[in-house]
Design a protein around this ligand. Structure first.
Ligand code: MLT
Length: 408
């Protein structure tokens, strides 16, 4: 008899963004004349930048001639891309990361979901609440949690991110082994300072713990005092893995490319107490289960690091940040407390006691605007909603005009 992985039964029926998509689809069916504006899932709307598209085309042309054709590539990514990433995203910022510590992948969602496979089932895992659901759901699937009781899984150490702590996770009172952090944060849009990250690195070193640091929104940081990578913090090479994505930086949500940094200094421990290299484990996992990102896509990603590519992606990000500014100001004018939106594409809006799904329904039904209900990110996500700045300027302006009308 083929038996199911019963851990899946502990999960909520559907993934948050699938659930929202279904509700929006139903609304659209019932209201065919409403032009829905989507500020829900963080999906980019601007085309890939010209430098990226030119390199993408060139990559496809290379595949059309025997002399330049590529078959299987290295599972870790082509050196031409890994070297650019290491030099530009890390060494240029004083972070000591080498090209062979970069693993190119098809995006941060897969890597943040898959990475937990490397750890024992009975480790203690700490998660922020609210949290990007992928971190939590993949640990549920792996059997690291108990049942879902009163809005939370048993055996997870939740770090409440609430107004009183500026929506920043605090060091856990009980020792934990694996810590998920995300800055700029999804969903709250808040950022950690260098001192905040230094505290986490010190905690991880002291407790022989590991930090999984999701920096998918790093390119939205405009404040020079804020860290752009955890490897700006001394000691982080020993205790932190960092995930990056080209999705929001350069419009790759549909094209799929990102990378994970696994420093050679990171160690994990066997029950005997002996240390093993985390880099070796991830390399073993990737070379068994992954065949690399396609050559044209890696060529396209490499073009992000050219002078033109840098100028073009900086213009893209600035456009979305301009939207974020409009959204935040509008919600503040309507007397809603907000965080995020300055170094982040997400604005976290306090719904003033409303249940977040009710607030979501109100905006959808009265304004035809889609947001993401905070409750979908965890118990502390109530009564908030997340508004995403990923849309055209015209749509954001129109959405804000509709919200003003619906919420006045
Ligand atoms: C989000 O809206 O939280 C993100 O788009 C999800 C993702 O990047 O997978």
């Amino acid at each position: 008899m083929i038996r199911a992985n019963e851990n899946y039964r502990k999960l909520k029926a559907s993934y948050l963004f699938s659930d929202i998509a279904r509700r929006v689809e139903q609304f659209q069916k019932d209201n065919p004349d409403t032009r829905v504006i989507r500020l829900g899932i963080g999906d980019v709307t601007r085309a890939l930048p010209p430098a990226v598209i030119a390199a993408f085309h060139k990559g496809v042309d290379d595949m059309a001639a025997d002399a330049t054709f590529r078959g299987y590539g290295p599972e870790q990514g082509y050196a031409f891309l890994r070297e650019k990433i290491a030099a530009h995203d890390f060494q240029a910022r004083g972070a000591d990361i080498a090209a062979d510590e970069i693993f190119v992948s098809d995006g941060a969602k897969c890597d943040t979901g898959n990475f937990q496979e490397l750890f024992a089932e009975d480790i203690r895992v700490a998660m922020p609440d609210p949290v990007y659901p992928v971190y939590l759901d993949t640990n549920v699937m792996a059997g690291r949690t108990g049942e879902f009781v009163d809005g939370r899984y048993e055996n997870i150490v939740y770090m409440d991110c609430i107004k009183e702590n500026r929506f920043l996770p605090q060091l856990p009172e009980t020792p934990v082994d694996l810590i998920y952090l995300c800055f700029p944060n999804n969903p709250t849009g808040t950022c950690a300072t260098k001192q905040d990250l230094a505290d986490w690195v010190a905690y991880a070193i002291e407790n022989k713990a590991l930090i999984l640091f999701d920096a998918a929104y790093e390119s939205f940081v405009r404040d020079d005092a804020l860290p752009r990578t955890i490897y700006e913090i001394e000691g982080a090479r020993k205790v932190a893995v960092e995930f990056r994505s080209f999705s929001k930086t350069a419009g790759f949500t549909g094209t799929r490319c990102g990378y994970t940094v696994v420093p050679r200094d990171c160690q994990v421990f066997l029950s005997s107490g002996d240390a093993v290299s985390l880099h070796g484990l991830w390399n073993r996992r990737q070379s068994t289960k992954f065949n690399g990102v396609s050559y044209p896509v890696q060529k396209a990603a490499q073009a992000i690091y050219t002078t033109e590519g840098q100028a073009q992606i900086s213009e893209l990000v600035a456009g979305y940040l301009g939207n974020a500014d409009i959204i935040r100001k509008t919600m503040a004018d309507l007397n809603f407390d907000c965080v995020g939106g300055d170094n982040s594409p997400y604005i976290w809006v306090d719904g003033q006691g409303r249940d977040s799904w009710e607030f979501f329904d109100l905006l959808l039904h009265n304004a035809g605007v889609v947001c993401t209900p905070g409750g979908g990110f965890g118990r502390c996500g109530n009564p908030y909603i997340r508004i995403s700045a990923f849309n055209s300027r015209d749509n954001v302006i129109e959405a804000m005009a509709r919200l003003k009308e619906a919420l006045k």
